[in-house]
Design a binder for this molecule. Sequence first.
Ligand code: SF4
Length: 78
Amino acid sequence: TYIIAQPCVDLKDRACVDECPVDCIYEGDRMLYIQPDECVDCGACEPVCPVEAIYYEDDTPDKWADYYKVNVEFFNLL
Ligand code: SF4
Protein backbone atom coordinates (compact mmCIF):
# COMPACT_ATOMS: atom_id res chain seq x y z
CA THR A 1 0.00 0.00 0.00
CA TYR A 2 0.93 3.63 -0.32
CA ILE A 3 0.80 5.80 2.78
CA ILE A 4 0.54 9.50 3.56
CA ALA A 5 3.13 11.03 5.88
CA GLN A 6 3.78 14.16 7.94
CA PRO A 7 3.92 16.80 5.16
CA CYS A 8 0.15 16.41 4.71
CA VAL A 9 -0.60 17.42 8.31
CA ASP A 10 -2.55 20.70 8.41
CA LEU A 11 -2.22 21.01 4.63
CA LYS A 12 -4.58 18.53 2.97
CA ASP A 13 -3.93 19.73 -0.56
CA ARG A 14 -6.23 16.98 -1.91
CA ALA A 15 -4.61 16.74 -5.35
CA CYS A 16 -4.16 13.01 -4.64
CA VAL A 17 -7.86 12.50 -4.03
CA ASP A 18 -8.67 13.51 -7.59
CA GLU A 19 -6.08 11.06 -8.99
CA CYS A 20 -7.00 7.93 -7.05
CA PRO A 21 -8.92 5.53 -9.33
CA VAL A 22 -10.47 3.62 -6.43
CA ASP A 23 -11.27 6.57 -4.13
CA CYS A 24 -9.36 5.14 -1.21
CA ILE A 25 -7.97 8.43 0.12
CA TYR A 26 -10.03 9.74 3.02
CA GLU A 27 -10.00 13.02 4.90
CA GLY A 28 -9.36 13.23 8.63
CA ASP A 29 -9.21 16.28 10.91
CA ARG A 30 -5.60 17.17 10.14
CA MET A 31 -4.49 15.04 7.19
CA LEU A 32 -5.55 12.65 4.49
CA TYR A 33 -5.22 8.89 4.87
CA ILE A 34 -4.96 5.97 2.46
CA GLN A 35 -7.09 2.91 3.20
CA PRO A 36 -4.54 0.09 2.83
CA ASP A 37 -7.05 -2.63 1.98
CA GLU A 38 -8.49 -0.54 -0.86
CA CYS A 39 -5.27 0.88 -2.32
CA VAL A 40 -4.31 -0.95 -5.52
CA ASP A 41 -0.71 0.35 -5.51
CA CYS A 42 -1.14 2.18 -8.81
CA GLY A 43 1.12 5.04 -7.70
CA ALA A 44 -1.00 7.73 -9.35
CA CYS A 45 -1.26 9.80 -6.18
CA GLU A 46 2.44 10.01 -5.39
CA PRO A 47 3.68 12.44 -8.07
CA VAL A 48 0.79 14.88 -7.76
CA CYS A 49 1.34 15.60 -4.07
CA PRO A 50 2.89 19.12 -3.95
CA VAL A 51 4.72 18.37 -0.69
CA GLU A 52 5.83 14.76 -1.36
CA ALA A 53 3.81 13.35 1.50
CA ILE A 54 2.96 10.08 -0.27
CA TYR A 55 5.22 7.01 -0.35
CA TYR A 56 5.03 3.35 -1.17
CA GLU A 57 5.15 1.73 2.26
CA ASP A 58 8.65 0.27 1.86
CA ASP A 59 10.01 3.54 0.48
CA THR A 60 8.85 5.77 3.31
CA PRO A 61 11.74 7.79 4.78
CA ASP A 62 12.78 6.44 8.20
CA LYS A 63 11.76 9.64 9.97
CA TRP A 64 8.17 9.03 8.89
CA ALA A 65 8.11 5.25 9.32
CA ASP A 66 5.42 5.61 12.00
CA TYR A 67 2.99 6.92 9.40
CA TYR A 68 2.28 3.43 8.07
CA LYS A 69 0.67 2.75 11.44
CA VAL A 70 -0.99 6.17 11.45
CA ASN A 71 -2.76 5.39 8.17
CA VAL A 72 -3.78 1.87 9.20
CA GLU A 73 -5.02 2.95 12.62
CA PHE A 74 -7.20 5.67 11.15
CA PHE A 75 -9.32 2.91 9.66
CA ASN A 76 -9.21 0.82 12.86
CA LEU A 77 -7.44 -2.00 11.04
CA LEU A 78 -5.02 -2.86 13.84
FE1 SF4 B 1 -5.14 5.45 -4.77
FE2 SF4 B 1 -3.30 4.43 -6.43
FE3 SF4 B 1 -2.58 6.17 -4.52
FE4 SF4 B 1 -3.33 3.70 -3.85
S1 SF4 B 1 -1.50 4.27 -5.03
S2 SF4 B 1 -3.98 5.61 -2.85
S3 SF4 B 1 -4.91 3.30 -5.39
S4 SF4 B 1 -3.91 6.60 -6.28
